[in-house]
Design a protein around this ligand. Structure first.
Ligand SMILES: NC(=O)c1ccc[n+]([C@@H]2O[C@H](COP(=O)([O-])OP(=O)(O)OC[C@H]3O[C@@H](n4cnc5c(N)ncnc54)[C@H](OP(=O)(O)O)[C@@H]3O)[C@@H](O)[C@H]2O)c1
Length: 239
């Protein structure tokens, strides 16, 4: 799907990759960009509609639904990463609340509009969905769960004409990984890679150099083969 003349909703739109996605959507000619933020919006443009949107708040999700009349692309971008050591369940619960249930609940709320437009859902995942970084294990768990959810959503929504895309981001230069002294791609290049992947119809999007290095292996690997095989078990009536 090409983003030109489309409506797109982006969560976590005030900084980092979310902010870059807003700018890139505008650059590519999006008709309307709904920018979901917890605090004050950072981008003002006549095509940008700010939405107060904490993805853990059922009330704010409903408030957002009430303000959007048509939607082509939902980008579940908001996320948190906590340093922890799995010594208790608190960090897992917080990470799941935003990175899994936030995306899940927002997707459910906007599904009627996405069904109507035969739209697309983009879930910003991470290479850590495939293997954990043990300094942020709870984050890794939440991204693995969100990845698995993405695969089921893809199979369940395919016959309704809604496509579901997972983005396997590698290290991007944002506040989230300030502490890691490693090569990082710019948020602008990652945002462009995400919209390029959508335009190319890629269900798994690898938008930066680190993620691109494993793209071919992933697409031809055993896990992808299982995903396709298991999706075939879905009875037609379930779709
Ligand atoms: N940076 C990386 O290297 C990297 C790598 C792999 C995946 N990712 C993923 O890419 C996405 C964006 O990350 P980023 O690097 O741009 O992170 P970031 O700079 O830390 O920004 C995170 C964004 O998420 C928002 N957010 C956090 N909790 C929220 C909530 N409960 N409701 C709504 N918004 C919330 C933040 O809003 P506030 O400003 O209000 O806190 C902020 O806009 C995340 O899903 C992240 O896991 C990033």
């Amino acid at each position: 799907m090409n983003i030109e003349n489309k409506t797109v909703l982006i969560t976590g739109a005030n900084r980092g990759i979310g902010q870059a996605l807003v700018n890139e959507a505008l650059r590519r000619g999006a008709k309307r960009v709904y920018a979901g933020t917890r605090g004050a919006p950072t981008i003002t443009d006549e095509r940008v509609t700010p939405l107060t949107l904490d993805v853990t708040s059922a009330e704010q999700i409903q408030g957002a639904v009430d303000k959007v009349d048509t939607l082509d692309v939902l980008i579940n971008n908001a996320g948190i990463a906590l340093y922890d050591d799995l010594s208790n369940s608190g960090a897992i619960e917080q990470s799941l609340a935003v990175n899994l249930f936030g995306s899940f609940n927002l997707t459910r709320a906007f599904l009627p509009l996405l069904r109507r437009s035969k739209g697309a859902i983009i879930n910003n995942l991470s290479l850590l969905a495939l293997a954990p970084l043990p300094v942020i294990p709870s984050y890794s768990i939440s991204k693995a769960a969100a990845f698995n959810m993405t695969q089921s959503q893809r199979a369940l929504l395919a016959r309704e004409g809604v496509t579901v895309h997972g983005v396997f981001l590698g290290p991007i230069d944002t506040d989230m990984n300030r502490g890691f002294d490693i090569p990082k791609a710019s948020p602008e290049s990652a945002a462009a890679g995400i919209f390029d992947g959508l335009a190319n119809g890629e269900e798994d999007i690898f938008p930066d150099p680190a993620s691109q290095s494993i793209a071919e292996g992933w697409r031809t690997g055993v896990a992808k083969a299982f995903e396709r095989q298991y999706a075939g078990f879905l009875p037609p009536s379930a779709a």
